[in-house]
Structure formats: structure tokens, C-alpha cells
Design a protein around this ligand. Structure first.
Ligand code: ZN
Length: 393
């Protein structure tokens, strides 16, 4: 820290200030948008240039977060016997217990084990902080139409039907019980359809795994419970929005349907639901772990045909930057990479190192901190490693 005051450091700080100022002038952003832009640039310059080698170990499902919806002053869907918050806590604890008993090496983390209110983004933070490999949010549903019944498992995304949006609105309304919700969720109004546009801009890095897991849950509900299978669906849930791992939100039946409500209040039903989610977990774990073994084997035998790609990293941010924003305007082939809880943005894609150097020079005009990153077989690696593999071919 003693070296903080040397001239080089001052020059770097000065340069950064100029860059930020120039870009702001160019974009003519409103005052409100200055703050995220500044954050973005600070991140860009402080984060070491490493798309490389920091991905979480893929081959083992080590940590799972089980999230019982609602709690405390937020009852969730209200019932004649018990409210959603109590039913889902009972189910969540049972799911966790099954996993702990059968997989002692898997770390089970609960967002709540008691009747307390945990903010939605806080739940996501718990999962991210613990580098969870899977996030399961457990809920039960309600609808104005008491005839509607059955189970649904949601993955993160933009709703494709009005009824999916209604479920998301209901669940996201949990934030109305949080103090400062308007600030925390940057003006997100859970009841306004317009707010949900943010979910159309996100790229869902874990969609395939999430869909897999969701389909296992629905299959097991079908086999082990009396609940009708309403299928795997997609909608924008705040609790899933910021969690960066495969994640699902389970709606294990409707409290608004009298027959289903009675069923859900039975211990036996809660046990069956929990066992179904556990069984889906077991199948999912087996699948991801067998797949990664296959990938590793393939890599070993096909080392001679590694495909190498160079790209230019132009930005990194803890929050996603819309790909169609002014920030990238005038540039083609912008790609988003979600790595280590960071969104990183690259431009260009070539196996020719000379070409990527030329592109980097060009991009320096708009993105002064741009640098080259390398991928081997679509995995980020250090530039040195990529070049040495290329030179040995
Ligand atoms: Zn709920």
C-alpha cells in the first residue's frame, strides 16, 4: 500500500477519470445512470484480466441451497388451516434432511429454518456466497379460480403466458413486506407487467441444467403424489434473478383448491412432496456428475484437436449490461459470459491471433481497457496457454 502514491498510480487514476468522463459525454446519459456506469468502470479497471481458470469445479454437486418461500410477516398464500410459509418450511426441512442423510458429503444450506422474513435478494446472496451448485425455492400456489390445481416447476426467464406472469407477480410481491424494497429492487414494481421486461434482457447461463432438474421434479411429483402435473414453466422470479447457478422455483399445488389444500396439509403429502424433490435432486446429481466425467474423458483423448478462439474483453460487471444498450452500439459479435458471479463482455471471435490483436487496437478507441482473452474448446484459458497449444500444433 506504500506505493499507492507513486506517479504511475496517479497516472492510471487520471487516465481512468478521463475515460469515464469522455464516455459519459459520448453517451449523454442522464444523471441517474451515472452511478451504474461509474461502478461498471471501476469494476472493469479493478478486476484482473481473467476470464481464465476460475470456474467452479464442475464435476461434483457439492452444495445445495434449499429456500422455503416467504416467512415472518409474509405468509405467502393464505390457507384455511395453514399458510404457505408454514407448509413450505415443513417440506423444505424434509427435503434437506433426506439429502443430508443420503449424501453426507453434500452441504445443505437453508435460507431459513424458522418462521422469519428473508428478503428475496438476500436469499440469492446466500446461494452465491456459498458457491452453491443448485438452488431450490419451494412454494405452494393460489389462484382466484378454485378449480385450478396441480404442480408447476419454474425456471428463470420471461413468462410465455399470462398465467405464468400472474404466478411471478404473486411471488415477487413478497418484496412488499421488505423495508426499502423500492431501493433494493431499483423501482421494480411486482404488480406491473412492464417491470418484467428486465427478464427478457438477461441471458440465462444455466437454463439447460435448470430445465433438466425441473423436469425431474415434475416427473417425480407425477409418480409419487396425487397432484396433477401442470408441467415445467418459465417466468421472472426475483429470487432466481440474481442466483448464479442452476435454479428452480417449485409450486407444489394450489391452496386455493379445497381438495388440494386438504391434501397439502397432511404430513404424508408433505413427505411425498419432499421425497419427490429429493429424488429429482438425486437424479440430477447423478446426471451432471456422469456428464462431467464424460467431458473430462473426451478432453483427454481429443487434446490434439483443441479448438482455440481469441476474443477481446471490453467490460465486466456484477450486473448484466443489456446487449442492445448504447454501451455496445456500433459493435458486432458482442457476447456475454457469466463467470464467477461476473458478467463479462467480449467482441470478436477468431482463431487467428494477429487478427485479434488488430481488433483489440481498433476497440481501444471505444474501450480503452480492452484486452485479449482465449478459449480452448469453449473453456476460458490463459492467453499463454492458448498460444502454446496453438504453436505446438
Ligand atoms: Zn410463494
Amino acid at each position: 500500500m506504500l506505493f499507492l502514491h507513486n506517479n504511475n498510480y496517479k497516472m492510471i487514476v487520471k487516465a481512468n477519470e478521463n475515460i469515464i468522463f469522455n464516455i459519459m459525454l459520448k453517451l449523454k446519459f442522464h444523471a441517474k445512470t451515472y452511478y451504474p456506469l461509474i461502478c461498471l468502470f471501476i469494476l472493469f479497471f479493478l478486476i484482473p484480466p481473467d476470464l481464465n481458470g476460475q470456474e467452479r469445479q464442475k464435476n461434483h454437486l457439492k452444495t445445495v441451497v434449499i429456500d422455503a418461500g416467504h416467512g415472518g410477516k409474509d405468509p405467502g398464500a393464505c390457507g384455511n388451516y395453514k399458510d404457505e410459509k408454514d407448509l413450505v418450511l415443513s417440506i423444505a426441512l424434509k427435503v434437506g434432511k433426506h439429502i443430508e442423510e443420503n449424501f453426507p458429503n453434500v452441504k445443505v444450506i437453508y435460507t431459513r429454518k424458522t418462521d422469519t422474513l428473508i428478503p428475496l435478494f438476500e436469499r440469492a446472496k446466500i446461494a452465491n456466497k456459498n458457491k452453491a451448485d443448485l438452488f431450490i425455492s419451494i412454494h405452494v400456489n393460489a389462484n382466484g379460480d378454485s378449480k385450478i390445481r396441480g404442480t408447476e416447476t419454474y425456471v428463470m426467464g420471461l413468462h410465455k403466458s399470462k398465467s405464468n406472469l400472474e404466478v411471478a407477480k404473486q411471488e415477487n410481491s413478497a418484496i412488499l413486506y421488505e423495508e426499502d424494497y423500492s431501493k433494493t429492487y431499483q423501482g421494480f414494481d411486482p404488480n406491473s407487467a412492464e417491470s418484467y421486461i428486465i427478464f427478457s434482457l438477461m441471458q440465462n447461463a444455466y437454463l439447460k441444467q435448470s430445465l433438466n432438474f425441473a423436469s425431474y421434479i415434475q416427473k417425480n411429483f407425477n409418480q409419487n403424489t396425487n397432484l396433477k402435473n401442470r408441467g415445467v414453466k418459465q417466468a421472472g422470479f426475483l429470487v432466481l434473478y440474481k442466483t448464479s447457478m442452476p435454479r428452480v422455483l417449485v409450486e407444489a399445488g394450489y391452496l386455493s383448491n379445497p381438495r388440494e389444500e386438504k391434501y397439502l396439509n397432511k404430513q404424508e403429502a408433505q413427505t411425498n412432496i419432499a421425497e419427490s424433490i429429493y429424488e429429482a435432486f438425486r437424479e440430477y446429481k447423478q446426471k451432471v456428475e456422469s456428464e462431467s466425467v464424460m467431458l473430462t474423458n473426451q478432453k483427454d483423448t481429443s487434446a490434439a484437436q483443441d479448438s482455440i478462439h481469441f476474443k477481446v474483453q471490453v467490460a465486466a460487471s456484477s450486473d448484466p449490461i443489456p446487449m442492445d444498450s448504447d454501451f455496445f452500439s456500433g459493435h458486432e459479435n458482442v457476447e456475454e459470459h457469466h463467470l464467477s458471479n461476473q458478467y463479462k463482455y467480449t467482441i470478436g471471435n477468431t482463431s487467428n491471433y494477429e487478427k485479434i490483436q488488430q481488433l483489440k487496437q481498433k476497440l481501444k478507441k471505444d474501450f480503452p481497457g480492452a484486452f485479449i482473452v482465449a478459449f480452448v474448446n469453449n473453456e476460458p484459458v490463459s492467453l499463454d496457454k492458448a498460444l502454446s497449444i496453438q504453436n505446438n500444433h
